[in-house]
Every structure is written in C-alpha cells, then in structure tokens.
Design a protein around this ligand. Structure first.
Ligand SMILES: C[S@@+](CC[C@H](N)C(=O)[O-])C[C@H]1O[C@@H](n2cnc3c(N)ncnc32)[C@H](O)[C@@H]1O
Length: 233
C-alpha cells in the first residue's frame, strides 16, 4: 500500500479537504448519485480519513461502519467520529468477512477498488451483505484516463501501474490496477448486482478560480467514473 495512506495519512486528510480532484470533482460527483442516506445502515469501504463518514453522519445515516486497509486511516476516523461509527482495518480484497448477510442499505467505496487486482471476491460479498433493494455506489479511475498510463498498449489487459503523485505536497509512489470498462462491468453483473446509474463526473465551478487550466481540462476529459448498482429483491 502506498505510504500516502499510512505514514502520510494525516497529510492526506488535510490535502483532500479542499483539493481539486477529491473535494471538487470526486466527492460532488459520487454524492450526486448516492442519494438519501437518512436512516440507512451504511458501510464506507476504503473510508480513508473519513471525509465521506462526515457526509454520511450529517445526512442522517443510522449506522455507519468504516473499513480501510490502513490502520492509520482507521485511527483518524475513530478519533474524529468516536462512538458515532464503528471502524476497523481490513483488506477489502478478501471481501466483507466480518459483515452479516443482508445487513446494509448502502455500501459506498470512493476511490478504492483500483487498488484491488481481482474485484470478484469483494463484489460478490457486497451483494451478499446488501439488503434486498440496497445499493452499492463507488468511484474509480476512468478506464479511458488510465489507458494513457498503459505500458502494454493493450486496453483489455489488466495492468499494474506505478505512478508518483503529489497529493500530499511531495511525490509519493502509488500503485494501482488499470482495467477495462468491460472487466469492471462484468464484475458487477457476475455478482448479481444491477447497474442503475453511471456518471463520468462533473468538476465544480469553484475550480475555475483555483486553476482555470485544470478546470478547462477536467471539463473536457473524464478522470473518474461513478457507478451505482442495486441488489434487486
Ligand atoms: C484514494 S483513498 C480514498 C479514501 C476515501 N474513500 C476518500 O474518498 O477520501 C483510498 C483508500 O483506500 C484504502 N485502501 C487501499 N487498498 C485497500 C484495500 N485493499 N482494502 C481496503 N482499503 C484499501 C487506502 O488505505 C485509502 O484510505
């Protein structure tokens, strides 16, 4: 796992409060498809430092479970939200092994699934843990955008990409999986979930003032993809 989410977890938390990609592109776009969370039992998978936990608590979620691979991130959400949440560290690639079947109304996973090589174990378990009629809403890198980093040149081949990101103000190595839209959608449909909404995101108007060049680029190029699925009764 990148040190950005462990050693630099506090710096990550500070950075994502008001930056362009998380605060003014990813969050408003995923929140637009999450819908009403009041009285919902919610799981935040890959919760990071809790920016979504804050949103879900303010939205009236009745129960919130935060899960992240990084113990440092879990400590931050516990410190911020105390007894309003339950939180634990676990690798999502093995599924939601601690969660009961048909226990959640909503599972969200903002910007986490590209760290998993194989999506099938997790997506099958998301389907198991959702109540009938419950939803799974997640965001990930847009396959079109990630293909620009491809070394293989084969869009349809899953590929581990290594990049340096300066999200926290200094360059840190990040490794993630690039995959085709076909592979992503197949993981959903094979789990039995049904795609109900897809968005390619919309950068917020405030970015015009933060960086006119970034605003222009992100208005014309997809960076993330946002997918909502449902477990049909
Ligand atoms: C880009 S951050 C997003 C955090 C948060 N969802 C947000 O929007 O601010 C990705 C998060 O996924 C977590 N993560 C990475 N691999 C994971 C895995 N295999 N299982 C669970 N969490 C993982 C990281 O520790 C990190 O907190």
């Amino acid at each position: 796992m990148s040190s950005m989410y462990t050693t630099f977890a506090e710096q990550y938390d500070t950075a994502v409060q008001d930056n362009i990609y998380n605060a003014h592109l990813e969050r408003p776009s995923l929140q637009a498809i999450i819908g009403d969370v009041s009285e919902c039992d919610v799981i935040d998978l890959g919760c990071g430092s809790g920016v979504y936990a804050d949103y879900l608590i303010k939205g009236g979620a009745s129960k919130l479970t935060c899960i992240d691979y990084s113990p440092e991130m879990v400590e931050i959400v516990k410190r911020k939200f105390g007894e309003r949440i339950s939180a634990y560290a676990q690798d999502a690639s093995i599924g939601l092994i601690k969660e009961e079947s048909e226990s959640a109304d909503l599972i969200i996973s903002p910007l986490m699934i590209h760290y998993l090589e194989d999506l099938s174990v997790l997506f099958n378990d998301v389907a198991r843990v959702l109540k009938n009629g419950g939803s799974f809403a997640f965001s990930t890198h847009h396959p079109f955008a990630d293909f620009e980093c491809s070394l293989s040149g084969n869009y349809f081949e899953r590929e581990l990409i290594t990049e340096m990101w300066d999200t926290v103000g200094e360059p840190l190595e990040v490794r993630f999986y690039r995959r085709s839209l076909t592979e992503l959608i197949e993981a959903i449909t094979k789990s039995g979930l049904v795609v109900t909404q897809v968005s390619e995101g919309k950068v917020s108007e405030v970015v015009k003032d933060m960086s006119p060049e970034r605003y222009d680029y992100l208005s014309k190029n997809p960076n993330f993809i946002f997918i909502k699925c449902q477990k049909l009764a």
